[in-house]
Write a protein that binds this ligand. Sequence first.
Ligand code: NAD
Length: 332
Amino acid sequence: MAAQATKVLQSGCNKVFAFNIQQRKFSASSTKMAAKVGFIGLGNMGGHMAKNLLKKGYPLVVYDVSKDNLNTLKEAGAEVAGSPAEVASGVTKVVSMLPESSHVKQVYTAENGVFSTVKSGSLLMDCSTIDPSVSQVMASLAAEKGVTFVDAPVSGGVNAARDGILTFMVGGPEDGYEAASEYLSCMGKNVVHCGAVGTGQAAKICNNMLLGISMIGVSETMNLGIKLGLDPKMLAKILNMSSGRCWSSEVYNPCPGVLDGVPSSNNYKGGFGAALMTKDLGLAQSASTSTKSPTPLGSMAHQMYRIMTNHGYGEKDFSSVFKFLQEQEGKK
Ligand code: NAD
């Protein structure tokens, strides 16, 4: 079922689309005016995602605590609201893209939060990476109001958000997934149904635990190779035609100068901050504790990014672990 739906949804979205559940496909509708969509959290990811919805013909009402981020979306054509409650009062579809569990709880459950005004029958799509148990609590609170909540965290970084090619991992009921797909497919190229609420988050934190570990592995390897006198570009080439190859070595190499257009070649600016990686690895550790799953490397990776964050690397892309290792070496 998920594979079939994913394949269909890879066709994407061009302007205003109507989702036909019978045929399981989208069809363009230039005559029908799309209903307004709410969007909360307009940061590195959400800002691009909201703009893509606008480009696809969905009028937006947006909210963020950052006035700068609100103004950017206002200039792009969105209507600005004064609170999450004001967003939810005027729409039946809301997308949120917030940093952590605490922000999601606040945006949905605070006095001026989404749940204070949300209309029965609404669909809430939270794309933030948060604790799966928080997604489940939000879904229960939503259900009390006759509202569907799906978790829909993303993989793909800021460039994928800008280009509308994210992968969404959706947790929620089948009909919620189908309804959400109309909107998510305008911001991404894959929309995968993972199962019940919280399973999108589960898939996301598993992926990021592996990514955090592999980035440290590639950084250690590149650093060692350079110390042994190898040219970094040549070493990366060898790795990428050998069994050590992975996304961190091939697409996002952490060693400056090996690849163009990645954070390591831009002083680790942009991309996915080490603080956010620390957060995701913390979520993986909570999950490993609650399920009693041994994740020794995940635990070490978590501590590594935490140390980096405490040493001023929080805003730098997580591939800066390469630079951090070199700096520690320089202290000998
Ligand atoms: P960000 O910090 O750039 O953006 C978050 C936005 O939320 C900011 O604009 C902030 O002002 C706003 N915000 C915070 N509290 C708020 C509140 N109470 N009400 C309204 N707005 C509020 O973060 P980001 O990089 O866009 O990441 C968002 C989520 O996506 C995170 O959960 C992150 O783990 C996940 N993610 C990020 C990347 C990436 O490459 N940056 C990739 C995949 C997933």
